[in-house]
Design a protein around this ligand. Structure first.
Ligand code: NAD
Length: 246
């Protein structure tokens, strides 16, 4: 039986990479998916999905827009069973190399963006006394990495945001977990892939000696969203081919 039948799943960062892989995986398991992003994915990426995903424009840094979009989802579909917050961008730089605007932008998109989406989905989940939120941290949010301070800090913050929400809303049967991917081949990491030597070195740091694919992350997100994970909450789960366990 389809694992997300009659469930409504809202996914941010849904037009590309891991978010898009989640759209496809969740829809293939029967979910009514609502994809939120600045833009839309190519039509062929959604071909054949039933129910057809609905895409709405959202800049996750805009709180008022987020509130309105969540209200629209609830008005149209009556519930939100899963929320995946995958919107994000990459950055580079140590503290002395990071200008304040870039620092602010990283915190806005990753931390505020995740917080706003959760803030306006949670009341519906609490009211229906069920829900699963899947946030996106990173191996860099767990253990850092050189020359990437704004991203590391934003992703570290996601860990605490995830745990805080799991503590605060568990009483209402809302589960909150986060995924910490290793190197995943997506448009975000095209820059890494273009430097073949560095890509090979980074990939070799993963126990499985390779980069991951977005579908491999979406599979774990699907598990956390499904009833199979009914007693899993407050976890940051590394999907990193063993990178962080080394
Ligand atoms: P991606 O670039 O392929 O997709 C990110 C999506 O987020 C894009 O569609 C983009 O339009 C959207 N987005 C960016 N800013 C937005 C905004 N302000 N409002 C709405 N949408 C916005 O990236 P990805 O690799 O699929 O990354 C997904 C998540 O996984 C991110 O949070 C990323 O930090 C995290 N992550 C990725 C990797 C990796 O190696 N790819 C590793 C660890 C964590």
């Amino acid at each position: 039986m389809a694992r997300m039948l009659n469930k409504v799943a809202v996914i941010t960062g849904a037009a590309s990479g891991i978010g898009l892989a989640c759209v496809r995986r969740f829809a293939a398991e029967g979910a009514q998916v609502v994809g939120l992003d600045l833009g839309e994915p190519p039509a062929e990426a959604l071909q054949g999905l039933d129910p057809a995903p609905l895409f709405l424009r959202l800049n996750v840094t805009d709180e008022a827009q987020t509130q309105a979009v969540m209200a629209e989802v609830i008005a149209r579909f009556g519930r939100i069973d899963a929320l995946v917050t995958a919107a994000g961008i990459a950055s580079q730089g140590s503290v002395t190399q990071t200008d304040t605007a870039n620092w602010q932008r990283m915190l806005d998109i990753h931390l505020n963006g995740c917080m706003f989406a959760c803030k306006y989905a949670l009341p519906q989940m609490v009211a229906q006394r069920s829900g699963s939120i899947i946030t996106f941290g990173s191996i860099f949010g767990l253990q850092g990495c050189d020359g990437n301070v704004a991203y590391n800090v934003a992703k570290g913050g996601i860990t605490q945001l995830t745990r805080s929400m799991a503590i605060d809303y568990g009483h209402a049967n809302v589960r909150v977990n986060g995924l910490c991917p290793g190197l995943i081949d997506t448009p975000m990491t095209t820059m890494v892939k273009e430097h073949a030597e560095f890509h090979a070195y980074f990939a070799s740091q993963h126990m499985l000696s390779r980069a991951g694919q977005p579908e491999e992350v979406a599979n774990v997100a699907l598990f956390l969203a499904s009833d199979e994970a009914s007693f899993v909450s407050g976890q940051m789960l590394a999907v990193d081919g063993g990178f962080s366990a080394g």
